[in-house]
Design a protein around this ligand. Structure first.
Ligand code: UD1
Length: 341
C-alpha cells in the first residue's frame, strides 16, 4: 500500500521550503496531505507563495491566526490531533522551527507518529529565542532528521542525537538553484541596500529603536519590506523611521530574490535571507547576537551586528564562497529516502 505522508506547515519560510519537497514527493509518486495551520494568513505572507511556487492546495486549513505562543501552539495541537488520528499517516514532515513545527511535533510524539524533521540540527545556543526552543524539542522527538550541513549534524551529535540523522543539504538552496535565472528584476530601485527585521528579540520597543538607529547611521538608501509584526509595533509605538529607509509591503519570493540580486548590502535578522544573500554573493549584516548559519560567518560573507555595534560596510567581497549547504538536490534526496522506507 502507498505510504501516507502528512506535511504540516503554516509560516512563510515553510511554504518556500515545502514547495521544493512537495514537487519531489510528487516526482516519486508519493501521496502527500498538506495541513496549513494558518499561522501566517496575510496574502503577502501566505497565499502568494502557494501560487508563485506552485504548492499544492492544502487539504486542511486550521486558520489558527495570531495569538500568544501558548495559545497559538495549543490551538494548533488541539486542531491537529483529530486529523492525525483520523488520517493515520505513516509519517509527518515538519519544517524548521516555528510554533507550527512545535505544535505538530508534540501531537505526533504523543500519537507515536514518526516525525521527519527537515532543517534539523540548527542551533543559536540562545534559549531566549522561541525558535531555539521549537527546534530543540522537535529534533529530540523526531525519528528522521534531515540536516542541511555538516555543522548541523555536529550540533545533533553533541545532544546525543545520532540515529536517523542524514545530511540532505538545504532545501532552500534547491529552490535558489532551480530558479536562479528567473528572479523578478522589475522593481524600480537603484543603488540601494535591503533590510528585513521581524524577530521577537528585535521587535520590542528598545531593541527596535536601536536596530533602526544602526541603519540610520549608514550611508545607504535602504529598502525595507516590512513584516506585519514589525509594522504593527512601529505604528503602535509611534517610532520614527530613519529618512534613509523606504518601507514597502512584504514581497513574494521571486521579487525578494530580485531585490537581493541588485542590492548593495543585506541587513537582516531572518535566517533564510542570510543564506540567500550568501548564494547571491552579497555581504550580509545580521542584526542579531548570534546566528545558526555559522558557516556564512566563517567564510567572511556574514557579519554579526550586536545591539551595541556600529555597522561598518566592507567592500571586500570574496566571490569564491564555498557552499556548505548541498548541491541543490536536497529535496530529491529526501523524497528518494522516504520512498524507500
Ligand atoms: C514566525 C516564526 C519565525 C519565522 C517567521 C517568518 C515562530 C515562533 N516564529 O514569526 O521563526 O522567522 O514566522 O515570518 O513561529 N502577523 C500578521 N499577519 C500574518 C502573520 C503574522 O499580521 O499573516 C502579525 C501578527 O500581529 C502576529 C505577529 O505578526 O501576532 C507575529 O506572527 P507570528 O506568526 O506569531 O510570528 P512571526 O513573527 O511571523
Amino acid at each position: 500500500m502507498a505510504k501516507k505522508i502528512i506535511t504540516i506547515l503554516g509560516a512563510r519560510p515553510q511554504f518556500i521550503k515545502a514547495s521544493s519537497v512537495s514537487k519531489s514527493l510528487i516526482d516519486y509518486g508519493l501521496e502527500e496531505i498538506i495541513i496549513n495551520t494558518g499561522q501566517h494568513y496575510d496574502y503577502n505572507l501566505s497565499d502568494i507563495f502557494f501560487s508563485e511556487l506552485n504548492i499544492p492546495n492544502a487539504n486542511y486549513n486550521l486558520n489558527v491566526g495570531s495569538s500568544s505562543h501558548a495559545s497559538q501552539t495549543s490551538k494548533i495541537m488541539s486542531l491537529l490531533e483529530p486529523i492525525l488520528i483520523d488520517e493515520k499517516p505513516n509519517f509527518v514532515i515538519l519544517y524548521g522551527d516555528t510554533n507550527s513545527t512545535l505544535g505538530g511535533a508534540l501531537v505526533c510524539a504523543k500519537l507515536h507518529i514518526p516525525i521527519v524533521h527537515i532543517e534539523a540540527g540548527l542551533r543559536s545556543f540562545n534559549k531566549l529565542m522561541p525558535e531555539e526552543i521549537n527546534r530543540l524539542i522537535t529534533d529530540h522527538v523526531s525519528s528522521i532528521l534531515f540536516a542541511p550541513s555538516t555543522e548541523s549534524i555536529k550540533n545533533l551529535e553533541k545532544e546525543n542525537i545520532c540515529v536517523g540523522v542524514y545530511n540532505s543539504g538545504d532545501v532552500m538552496y534547491d529552490i535558489f538553484y532551480r530558479f536562479e535565472n528567473s528572479f523578478d528584476l522589475t522593481h524600480k530601485f537603484k543603488n540601494y541596500s535591503l533590510l528585513t527585521l521581524h524577530r521577537a528579540e528585535n521587535t520590542f520597543e528598545s531593541a527596535l529603536k536601536i536596530r533602526l538607529d544602526q541603519i540610520r547611521q549608514i550611508d545607504e538608501q535602504v529598502i525595507f519590506p516590512i513584516h506585519p509584526r514589525t509594522k504593527k509595533i512601529i505604528s503602535s509605538l509611534d517610532i520614527n523611521i530613519p529618512p534613509n529607509i523606504k518601507l514597502i509591503d512584504p514581497v513574494g519570493w521571486f521579487e525578494l530574490m530580485g531585490l537581493i540580486k541588485s542590492a548593495n548590502y543585506i541587513f537582516t535578522d531572518s535566517g533564510g535571507m542570510q543564506k540567500e544573500a550568501f548564494w547571491h554573493k552579497k555581504l550580509c549584516y545580521t542584526l542579531r547576537n548570534e546566528t545558526e548559519w555559522i558557516e556564512t560567518v566563517e567564510q567572511g560573507a556574514n557579519f554579526i551586528i550586536k545591539e551595541h555595534d556600529n555597522i561598518s560596510l566592507s567592500n571586500d567581497i570574496n566571490s569564491n564562497f564555498d557552499n556548505p549547504y548541498g548541491d541543490g538536490n536536497a529535496s530529491e534526496k529526501i523524497a528518494n529516502f522516504l520512498n524507500k522506507l
